[in-house]
Design a protein around this ligand. Structure first.
Ligand code: C5P
Length: 409
């Protein structure tokens, strides 16, 4: 990685409909000071014109492995050395399979093998292709090799179906890359949490009833996003796992979008190994419909009964991991705040819990302000009503204090 304020990014584009978003991605990366060299697969050129990418990147696009003209300038090995970061967006199922196998049958896969730069993928594909065990196996292999995977997001797809497989928006990708691509930026990787890894959940979850309806809650994600930013500002490498939220991702090392509690649990469990702190701000649905309907539920009967089953308690599972991270939970209560929070602290075996009153008066879900009482074994601190960003800052300081005390003790 160069120590310039900008970064040299090799942007690989593979052949999916999301390739059109690469134009905006290049524009945003350059606006943030990066030099961008685009490498397209043959299929990518069917979705977006190389000339368009040449115009936005300000450099000729590279497509062929054996291009006599290009090789006379910067050959593929020089290109591999030049890069501070290899980002592939969109990364198709086929591209991920080729990377997992270590194939080098075109310029992009050859560069992936030849470069020492970190590899980051933003997958995009039909949701059935994403959940197919073959793709998931390739994903697991790539992640085990240290490849960073951003997304995909869940939602409406170009094919008309719904599910996980949408490429993250260019702004989300740039935000997630920020600490890696611009390591010299102010405030990064210095501070009391430098070198520490933080996993944080935020936002609500959505539990599908049928393809168009879900059970959700009023969580906006504001507190979690603000806390993720505050912990990143204290030097931590933060991974934010977020349920559906309208907020722009904060500047964290990794941003993962999920929809359901099961997806959130899987995303957490995949990443928790080796993490130092786990902060659960998400308002996770305790229950999900036992059997979501395959088609839209019709209003035929006078009454409708839906059976719900329990979701995994992500926080309790993480707290129970042997040698697991320092755990911080949240408790939203409508009554007997401290009593319930103390019980949760004990029952889930947490290191800290932040309790706030909801449903009455100011603060709580979907508001800008909040007040908290934070409890830990043998201690307590109250924070009065204040904007969530300010509160996140003060809470982050307390988390640092308690975490460092736990190491010392
Ligand atoms: O037990 P209760 O749901 O009130 O606990 C709230 C805390 O547990 C929050 O920190 C929340 O993020 C976390 N939680 C979780 N998984 C669940 C339910 C809650 O991580 N299924």
């Amino acid at each position: 990685m160069s120590d310039k304020p900008g970064s040299r990014i090799l942007l690989g584009i593979s052949g999916g409909i999301a390739a059109y978003k690469a134009v905006e991605l290049v524009r945003r990366l350059r606006a943030d000071g990066a030099e961008v060299q685009v490498v397209m697969t043959r299929a990518a050129a069917a979705f977006v014109a190389p000339l368009t990418l040449q115009a936005v990147s300000g450099r000729p696009v590279r497509q062929a492995l054996l291009d006599p003209q290009a090789e006379a300038g910067m050959d593929h090995i020089e290109l591999a050395r030049w890069a501070d970061l290899l980002l592939v967006a969109p990364a198709t199922a086929h591209l991920m399979a080729r990377l997992a196998l270590g194939l080098a049958d075109d310029l992009l896969t050859t560069l992936a093998l030849a470069t020492e730069a970190p590899l980051v993928l933003a997958p995009a594909m039909n949701h059935r292709m994403w959940t197919n065990p073959a793709t998931q196996e390739h994903l697991a292999r790539l992640v085990a090799r240290g490849v960073r995977v951003l997304g995909p997001a869940s939602g409406a797809q170009a094919c008309g179906e719904e599910g996980p497989g949408r490429m993250l928006e260019p702004a989300e990708i740039v935000a997630a890359l920020a600490p890696e691509a611009w390591p010299g930026r102010a405030g990064h990787r210095t501070g009391p949490l430098a070198g520490r890894c933080v996993l944080i959940t935020a936002g609500p979850t959505r539990e599908p009833l049928d393809p168009v309806r879900f059970i959700g809650n009023r969580s906006s994600g504001r507190m979690g996003y603000a806390l993720a930013a505050a912990l990143a500002a204290r030097g931590a490498a933060v991974t934010l796992i977020s349920g559906p939220s309208a907020l722009a991702p904060p500047p964290v090392a990794d941003f993962v979008r999920v929809e359901t509690a099961l997806e959130m649990a899987a995303a957490v469990m995949e990443r928790v190994a080796g993490c130092d702190l786990f902060v659960a701000t998400a308002a996770v649905a305790d229950y999900r419909p036992a059997a979501p309907a395959a088609g839209k539920i019709k209003k035929a009967a006078a009454a409708l009964t839906i059976e719900l089953v329990r979701n995994p308690d992500i926080l309790a599972e993480v707290a129970a991991l042997p040698g697991g991270p320092f755990t911080v939970g949240f408790a939203a209560e409508t009554e007997r705040l401290e009593e319930h929070a103390t019980a949760k602290l004990r029952a889930k075996g947490l290191d800290m819990i932040a309790a706030n009153r909801v449903g009455t008066g100011a603060g709580g879900f979907d508001t800008d302000d909040n007040a908290l009482v934070v409890l830990w074994p043998g201690g307590r601190r109250a924070f009065p009503l204040m904007p969530k960003t300010l509160l996140a800052d003060q809470l982050a300081d307390l988390i640092v204090e308690r975490y460092l005390a736990s190491l010392a003790g």
